[in-house]
Ligand binder design. Structure first.
Ligand SMILES: [Zn+2]
Length: 200
């Protein structure tokens, strides 16, 4: 419609990404057009490879190249401590701090009844199975410190305590109120893990 069909198509495709409006898509397309062929192909191939090779671990739900992620197969990790997070990217954020030695469990979201997200939509059954199978001693609830994240944590605490006699902790909100894990630096994440408190 503007100059070329291909240019138009590139704008249309890039606009499908969250946070990329028409204007940004236009600027990025222009930038890609100015770059050399190899760099553009590297970007395109990285995206295709990402989709082709990255799966989600069948145990914890974190990103993996095979069926099971490197954290779940690492014998040095303590399988009896599970840190529960909302999304696979949260695992990466906690891993950056380099101090956590337990394993993870990705819920795949958080409870949001108004948006139609109920317990059955999250990987809660799988969490309970892991607690039983691995004789887990502590579950750290690291859902985001906001209303929905807190609601999810309280729900899980009740459910876990109903079925198991184990320690359930909640990360400390050293992060600003309403702050999300992804906007928090690694020192704050580390502190909020270290200062976790037992939920009673
Ligand atoms: Zn895993």
């Amino acid at each position: 419609m503007i100059y070329s069909k291909s240019f138009d198509r590139c704008i249309k495709e890039l606009s499908k990404l969250p946070g990329i409006g028409k204007k940004t898509a236009l600027r990025l397309s222009m930038q890609l057009l100015k770059m050399n062929q190899k760099d553009v192909e590297d970007i395109a191939n990285a995206i295709i490879d990402l989709k082709k090779n990255t799966k989600f671990c069948i145990r914890c739900g974190a990103m993996a190249e095979g069926e099971v992620c490197p954290i779940c197969t690492d014998n040095n990790r303590d399988k009896q401590i599970i840190c529960v997070v909302e999304e696979a990217k949260d695992v990466f954020l906690i891993e950056v701090s380099g101090k956590y030695n337990g394993v993870y469990h990705v819920l795949g979201g958080r409870l949001a009844p108004l948006d139609g997200i109920n317990p059955d939509d999250l990987r809660i059954k799988e969490l309970l199975e892991r607690i039983r199978e691995d004789q887990v001693k502590e579950v750290i609830l690291a859902t985001n410190p906001d209303v929905e994240g807190d609601t999810t944590a309280i729900f899980l605490k009740k459910l876990i305590s109903k079925n198991f006699d184990i320690k359930v902790t909640r990360i400390a909100t050293g992060v600003p109120i309403g702050g999300y894990l992804e906007y928090t630096d690694e020192i704050t994440i580390l502190k909020s893990l270290e200062n976790r408190r037992e939920m009673l």
